[in-house]
Design a protein around this ligand. Structure first.
Ligand SMILES: COc1ccc(-c2nc3ccccc3n2[C@H](C(=O)NC2CCCCC2)C2CCCCC2)c(OC)c1
Length: 232
């Protein structure tokens, strides 16, 4: 049984990333807003675009705290942000959905999302993903590192120096792997399950543009930042 040990440097790296991840939370909690009132499809779409816009701004601030990210080629930094923004948004949504809430609140939240205006065909894959993330009961360090690993995906479109991104991602994967072994000793497959979620996340993110276009309303308006990031 090999002794898994997180080094001092890895401990420091994990602290920087987790603190940044917790610091850069969305200002206004969307779940609370959704639990308060039922909104029309138009109001929900506006809420989504507002939340997503602020989440992209939060994501940009978060990436600045990933050790080594700012040393990457400037254009590659943009390519990584653009390439991971939708996945990071769904990952954050899954974490919001899986948060421990007073009994009955998760069901109300699920109902509000089902009735939000999103078209039927996307509801099952979206909630399957949310529930599969919830079942992992990730600690905050795992959530922060999983988002970091998602951002540092070398094969995003237009990334020039993929090797440099790969080296950074591998550094993060090594810490995440050790953390999983230490946090979930009874489940040796936990790390593999975690990475399997990233495949599900990528698939869900492929539906994103259609999910927006099929939102039950006419004339979908986006913020300039979302037009940049969402290719709409
Ligand atoms: C593209 O289609 C969709 C559909 C649903 C969601 C979604 N899933 C959620 C799970 C938990 C709580 C909120 C959730 N949301 C929207 C939202 O506000 N998402 C935020 C995005 C930035 C990061 C925090 C969450 C809601 C849905 C109900 C109507 C108002 C928007 C979604 O979030 C990408 C995208």
């Amino acid at each position: 049984k090999e002794k898994v040990e997180i080094t001092k440097e890895q401990q420091a790296l994990m602290k920087i990333i987790t603190d940044a991840y917790n610091r850069h939370q969305i200002p206004q909690d969307v779940a609370k807003k959704l639990l308060q009132d039922q909104y029309s499809a138009e109001e929900n779409f506006l809420l989504l675009t507002e939340m997503a816009t602020s989440q992209v701004q939060v994501l940009v601030e978060f990436t600045k705290n990933i050790p080594g990210f700012l040393s990457l080629d400037r254009e590659d930094q943009i390519a990584l942000l653009k390439g991971s923004a939708v996945e990071a948004m769904f990952l954050r949504s899954a974490q919001v959905f899986s948060r421990k809430m007073p009994s009955g609140h998760t069901e109300v939240l699920e109902e509000r999302i089902r009735k939000s205006g999103i078209s039927e065909e996307f509801i099952t894959p979206m909630f399957n993903f949310y529930k599969s993330i919830g079942e992992l009961h990730m600690v905050q360090e795992e959530q922060a590192l999983l988002t970091t690993v998602t951002i540092l995906t070398p094969d995003r479109p237009y990334v020039k120096d993929q090797q440099a991104v790969e080296r950074l991602q591998e550094t993060m994967l090594d810490v995440l792997r050790k953390l999983c072994v230490l946090q979930h000793p009874q489940e040796p497959q936990y790390f593999a399950r975690l990475l399997g979620r990233l495949t599900e996340l990528r698939t869900l993110s492929h539906y994103h543009t259609e999910m927006l276009a099929s939102w039950r309303m006419n004339d979908h308006k986006f913020t300039p930042l979302l037009c940049e990031i969402w290719d709409v």
